[in-house]
Design a protein around this ligand. Structure first.
Ligand code: AMP
Ligand code: MN
Ligand code: MN
Length: 352
């Protein structure tokens, strides 16, 4: 696809072009009176997925759009840390999601497969608008606002709201702040640019309370989860020779571990942060059981390895330094598959 004067319009590598922004604004402004909008974020939603979706939904509501639903595929359970977020009243289960909306808007999903059973909404009567920041985004929407330079999908959402003339209020800002802090590791990761801090300043200026929000989202978990983390971290393994000597640290958690400690699967999302701090390893990995022989795999890198290449090679995706995939077999099988692919994912070896 090309834009005016043959300029590539919004190729994923260079972010959205003016033509893409204009098409997105037109899709929303062109909604019929009483038009129905379905917002969808990726399966197993994180703070960026939920925050960008709900923040944008609240913005559409301010714009006067009344028939709004927000949803994600899979069990409709919202992880406990997100249960105080504004806009949750708009959330419906996958089963209750409008089968034929006038407009679909997708958040933080690099490909249609991340939308699970809701992917069929992409081919419905209304156009599909995609807001995302994964370099690997497949461009699966009719209009794609994909900016790999954006620290979070909420950066794209804020820009689109601004172009629609929607002012930030505290509700929108809290959602976008949850998203921004999630994907920047609370302003610690490389993605934390001056633009990120300027956006954070705009959000904070609405009066939201960052201390309360961060405590709720990042620094609060049941005591059972604290004990579960202790057990799972106790079995972590360090492999200094892996990844051509850059080192690998990994651990796994089974469904039985969760049951013993009476914990829900989402508590394991925070585990990677306790594993990736291992100084002796560039690559960290947590393998989380989701079925008899199925595992959700989280990987992080400190800079020597492009873990998105590891993930893509194994059927998943993500960013250079944070990626994931679905693994099969035993936890050992999954780690074996990662170990085998790691040497081909070194950064600066001429192939990256
Ligand atoms: P996580 O470790 O779950 O926080 O995910 C890190 C990054 O990898 C995020 O950008 C996800 O979108 C991406 N990711 C995780 N799991 C998958 C998967 N199964 N398929 C594609 N991308 C994934
Ligand atoms: Mn995400
Ligand atoms: Mn994201």
């Amino acid at each position: 696809m090309t834009g005016p004067a043959g300029v590539p319009a919004g190729g994923a590598s260079d972010g959205p072009g003016e033509a893409d922004w204009a098409a997105a604004v037109a899709a929303i402004r062109g909604l019929p009176a009483d038009g129905r909008v379905l917002l969808i974020c990726h399966v197993n939603p994180d703070g960026d997925a939920l925050g960008s979706m709900l923040g944008f939904a609240l913005g559409l509501r301010r714009l006067g759009v009344r028939r709004l639903q927000a949803t994600f595929p899979g069990p409709p359970e919202v992880p406990e840390p997100f249960r105080g977020m504004p806009g949750l009243d708009l959330l419906v289960s996958e089963a209750d999601a409008d089968p034929e909306p006038d407009l679909v808007v997708c958040f933080d999903a690099a490909g249609a497969s991340r939308l699970g059973g809701l992917a069929d909404r992409l081919t419905g009567p209304g156009p599909a608008l995609v807001l995302d920041h994964h370099a690997s985004n497949t461009g699966f929407g009719d209009v794609n606002l994909v900016d790999p330079a954006a620290a979070a999908t909420s950066v794209v959402a804020e820009e689109l709201l601004a172009r629609l003339g929607v002012p930030l209020d505290a509700g929108i800002a809290e959602c976008l702040y949850v998203a921004l802090t999630t994907d920047t590791g609370s302003f610690r990761f490389e993605a934390t640019t001056p633009a990120v801090h300027l956006m954070a300043a705009r959000l904070l200026a609405t009066g939201i309370r960052p201390g309360d929000i961060s405590r709720r989202i990042f620094d609060s978990r049941p005591f059972g989860a604290v004990r579960l983390f202790g057990e799972v971290l106790g079995r972590a393994r360090l492999e200094p020779a892996a990844a051509a000597g850059h080192g690998l640290v990994w651990t796994y958690a089974t469904q039985d571990d969760l049951a013993r400690h009476e914990q829900r699967p989402y508590v394991l999302e925070a585990l990677i942060d306790s594993v990736r701090c291992t100084a002796e390893a560039d690559v960290s990995c947590v393998v989380k059981q989701t079925g008899a022989a199925e595992w959700a795999v989280s990987m992080r890198s400190k800079g020597a390895v492009d873990v998105s290449r590891v993930a893509v090679a194994l059927g998943g995706g993500g960013h250079r330094f944070a990626a994931g995939f679905t693994g099969r077999g035993t936890a050992e099988d999954v780690v074996n598959s990662i170990r085998a692919v790691l040497p081909g994912a070194l950064i600066g070896d001429g192939t990256s």
